[in-house]
Design a protein around this ligand. Structure first.
Ligand SMILES: [Zn+2]
Length: 58
């Protein structure tokens, strides 16, 4: 799956999944983080479904 790109940066870098605020039992609490402008983006509902469960569990 391809992560979304940053809408603010001219180079449109892919966003990183920032799970630094994720605690056990709160697996859906994470943000998109741009390494270019260091902005946190709230994931959409569909992003949460697709990116919360697929990459973290085998
Ligand atoms: Zn950015």
């Amino acid at each position: 799956m391809t992560p979304p790109t940053c809408p603010a940066c001219p180079t449109r870098p892919p966003l990183w999944k920032d799970t630094s605020t994720t605690a056990p039992g709160a697996a859906d609490h994470w943000h998109w983080h741009c390494v270019g402008c260091r902005t946190l983006y709230e994931p959409t509902a569909s992003h949460k479904v697709r990116f919360t469960y697929a990459p973290l569990r085998r």
